[in-house]
Design a protein around this ligand. Sequence first.
Ligand code: AMP
Ligand code: TRP
Length: 334
Amino acid sequence: MRIFSGIQPTGRKHLGNYIGAITQYVEAQERGDAVLCIVDLHAITVPHDPAELRERLYDTTAILLAAGLEPARCVLFRQSDVVEHSELTWLLSSVTAYGDLTRMHQFKDKAAAQRELVSAGLFFYPVLQAADVLAYRAQEVPVGEDQRQHVELMRDIATRFNARYGDTLVVPAHRIPPVGARIMDLQHPERKMSTTGGSEEGTIYVLDEPSAIEHKFRRAVTDSGSEIARAPEKPGVSNLLEILAAVRAVAPADLEAQLHGMGYGELKAGVARAVIAHLAPVRERYERLRGDEPALERTLADGAQRARAIASDTVADVRERMGVGAPRRSRPLP
Ligand code: AMP
Ligand code: TRP
C-alpha cells in the first residue's frame, strides 16, 4: 500500500503536529510504502522570508528524521525538487470545481488573516495538495483533523478526472488518528494548537526544553469541577487526557478509570512528565542531525530522485489521457 503525506516547513513543529501527523508517518513505514514530502511550494502562498524558509526546511527535515523516519525505508523529499507537482497542479485545475475551492475552511481562515494580499496561490493551495498525493497514486493520506476537507477535495478531483478521461488516478482515503487528531492550545482549549492561530504559552514545541514544557503544562487552563473526564464542557481536561493517551498509546477511557480521584495539579504534572520523556530523545537526535546540512541535502536529493521516478510516470499518463503534448507511442495506456 502506498501512503503519502505532506508537512509544511513553516513555523516550529508542535505537539499537535507530532501526535496528529508525524507519529503516523513513522508508523507508515511499517505498514506500507511511505512517501513524505516537505511542502515548500505551499509555504510561499503566504508572506515569508526566503532565507528563513530554507532554515525551516532543514529544521523540519531533521525533526522528521529524529522522530524516526528512515531514508532507507521511506521516500523523504522536498516538494520543489520534483517539478511534476507543479505541472500536475495545472493539469488537475481543469477538473477542480472553482466553487469547491471557495468553500475550503483553511483558505477562508488564512485569507481572513492576511493584511496585505490574499494570493491566488493561497486559493490554489488545495489543488497543489491534490497533485502531491495523486502524483504518487497513494491509497492513504495520514493527516490531522484539519486536513479532512482537503482530502475530500482530492478525492473529488481524482474521481472527476477518472470519469472524464478514463481510470488513471487512485482515489485516496484519509487516515485520521482516533486519538490526538486535534490537539488543542493549552491556554485556549477551544482553539487548536497551531503556530499561527494559537498562543505561545499554550503551544508545546517539539524542541522545547523540558523546563519550558513543564512550565506550560503547569499553567494549562483546566475547567471547573474536579473530575478527570472528557466532556464538551471540559475542553481543558479533555485535551490533557487526549495528549496523555496519545503519548502513552492507551485509550482515553482507560485513563479516565485509572486517574479517577486525582487532582488537576497532579494530572498536569503527569502529562508534562510523559510528554518530556516522549520528546527528549527526539530533541537529542535532532541536535545531532540539524548540524549537518550537507547530509540533510543528500538525503533530500536522494528522496527527490526516487519520488520523481514515480511522479513522472503519473504525469505522463495524465498528459496522454488529456491529449496534452505529443502522443506517446512507447508505453500505451492500460
Ligand atoms: P502543517 O504543519 O500545517 O503542515 O501540519 C502538518 C500536519 O499536522 C497535518 O497533517 C495537520 O493536520 C497536523 N496538525 C496540525 N495541527 C494539529 C493539531 N493541533 N492537532 C493534531 N494534528 C495537527
Ligand atoms: N496542507 C497540509 C497541512 O497544512 C500539508 C500538505 C501538503 C499535505 N500536501 C499534502 C498533507 C499532501 C497531506 C497530503 O498540514
